[in-house]
Design a protein around this ligand. Structure first.
Ligand code: HEM
Length: 488
């Protein structure tokens, strides 16, 4: 071999081959997912701008880079905006194993959320939620029927009036225990009190061995909701399915014992289980046992971690913003003066204007559900761009709440921004359309009550104020909110 051909081979192996591999890696997902669409549309299809990423991973590694390594989740969308321009708020990608369209503008989010038939919800783990739960059931009449039962039981003004009084004893006594402890893990303690209240509100369970068992089962179930769906012993998903069965068995036993009890005893309890058992629709139809059980389990899944994380962020922000805490104290002390030791009512809460602004600001900035998932049932178009059938739609809620065009200085905690209302379509913490969170008022009320009891009796400070924030699976300080806690 002469020197020239050696150099040629050298260049090919160390320069050309890696380049070729890189090009193949870069384009293989484009060819795999967009090639068939081009064939279907005669060679040309106008898709939203974007990148389908690497084979197998798609853009998952980039997503993890921004969310887990850099801990700057908003830069994931900002980097797309920089690279592909604003456009109509849509980008194509491949994430969570599915070719998808990311939607991140108020108008495009509204487009997808308002068309529940064309873009139905797509849960990766319907078995865990329960096939006849409101969260999993396909849109249409069946969904509307279940939603009305669930909303009446937990989210209607009448239900909330009762719930406000049911949850306060546990919140109040937990805070006293916290003060006795002095230092604590805020996340874990809030989780305990949230679950104790869920037990009471949903099935009249008091703290004790059954509730502890249930808590463990739900930790297992929640661990499987976002896990790979591999049902093999040893996997999180397999464990979650087992936990789901055990949790359902506990609720089933309770349901069966209620079926044989006298009506008068049932009326006294007045919890979610009774609400679901007794409710009738316009035709007088009632829910079957499996529907009652699926809905109770799915409501715990939907409400447990979300309410815990939101309350934890309230505690965090108030420690960081003492002026806000002082205003909160002033408002809440004023309301307790007329109470003579009684708990506050739903009416009192509706009149706590500043407290309610703190709640809205907490859930805006906490971004507990950063995005939600839909599926395109048919080929459709949005502003001249094709949305291909069977592609996922990822509605990026978080971007709306952290975009300075929607909220002035968006990363600062400023409840006063709620003196006016948000720009239309820019506040989607609870999703939107027919599937907007069925527990949104319940969540708000629980956080408001927690704030009330904190503000009137306690002071606290962060032990590690500079601790980093993790964003997956939920936003949480790395130290899980270690605080020093005491009475005022
Ligand atoms: C701050 C706390 C909460 C946040 C941020 C939150 C957020 C959300 C979001 C974004 C959705 C829409 C999902 C989608 O469209 O794909 C949703 C749905 C839902 N949420 Fe919540 N949620 C919270 C608390 C609760 C609570 C306390 C409950 C009940 C105990 C609850 C029950 C539900 C149910 C049943 C759905 C499904 C509704 C349907 O499909 O019709 N959520 N939630």
């Amino acid at each position: 071999m002469d020197i020239d051909s050696e150099t040629w081979w050298f260049a090919l192996v160390f320069g050309g081959a890696p380049l070729l591999i890189w090009v193949m890696l870069k384009w293989s997902n484009e060819i795999r997912y967009i090639g068939p669409l081009k064939l279907r549309y005669g060679g040309y299809i106008k898709l939203p701008p974007g990148n389908m990423g690497l084979p197998y991973f798609g853009e998952m590694l980039i997503f993890l880079w921004y969310f887990k390594i850099l801990r700057r989740p908003d830069d994931f969308i900002l980097s797309k905006r920089q690279r592909y321009g604003e456009g109509v708020g849509l980008y194509r990608t491949c994430l969570f194993g599915t070719p998808s369209i990311i939607s991140c503008s108020p108008a495009s989010n509204k487009f997808f959320l308002q068309q529940d038939d064309s873009f139905p919800i797509s849960w990766p783990s319907v078995e865990l939620l329960g096939e006849s739960s409101v969260a999993a059931v396909a849109s249409g009449k069946a969904h509307t029927r279940l939603r009305s039962y669930v909303s009446n039981a937990i989210n209607s003004p009448d239900a909330l009036k009762r719930i406000v009084l049911v949850v306060q004893p546990r919140i109040s006594s937990s805070l006293q225990l916290w003060a006795d402890k002095g230092t604590l893990n805020g996340y874990k303690e809030i989780k305990k009190v949230t679950f104790a209240n869920i037990g009471k509100m949903f099935a009249n369970f008091e703290p004790g061995p059954v509730l502890d068992l249930l808590d463990g089962y739900f930790v297992g179930i929640l661990g499987g909701v976002r896990a790979q769906r591999t049902n093999v012993p040893g996997t999180a998903y397999h464990h979650a399915l087992k936990c789901r069965k055990s949790a359902t068995d506990i609720f089933r036993k309770e349901l069966e014992s209620r079926r044989v009890q006298r009506k008068s005893e049932i009326e006294e309890r007045n919890d979610l289980m009774d609400g679901l058992i007794n409710m009738k629709d316009e035709q007088g139809k009632q829910l079957g046992d499996e529907e009652v059980l699926d809905n109770i389990v799915s409501l715990v899944i939907a409400g447990y971690e979300s309410t815990t994380v939101a309350s934890m962020w309230a505690l965090y922000y108030l420690a960081k913003f003492p002026d806000v805490l002082q205003k909160l104290r002033d408002e809440n002390n004023a309301v307790t003066q007329n109470k003579k030791g009684d708990f506050i009512t739903a009416k009192d809460i509706s009149e706590l204007k500043y407290t309610n602004k703190v709640v809205e600001e907490t859930i805006r900035l906490a971004n507990i559900a950063p995005f939600i998932f839909r599926l395109a049932k048919e080929d459709t178009e949005y502003q001249g761009y094709k949305i291909p059938k069977d592609w996922g739609i990822i509605i990026w809620l978080r971007h709306l709440h952290t975009d300075p065009r929607n909220y002035n200085d968006p990363m600062s905690f400023n409840p006063d921004r709620w003196n006016g209302s948000a720009k239309p379509g820019t506040f989607q913490v609870f999703g939107g359309g027919a599937r907007i969170c069925a527990g949104n008022m319940l969540a708000r009320v629980q956080i408001a009550i927690f704030l009330h009891h904190l503000a009137i009796g306690y002071k606290w400070e962060l032990i590690n104020p500079g601790t980093k924030i993790s964003y997956l699976p939920h936003p949480k300080p790395d130290d899980e909110l270690q605080i020093k806690f005491g009475r005022i």
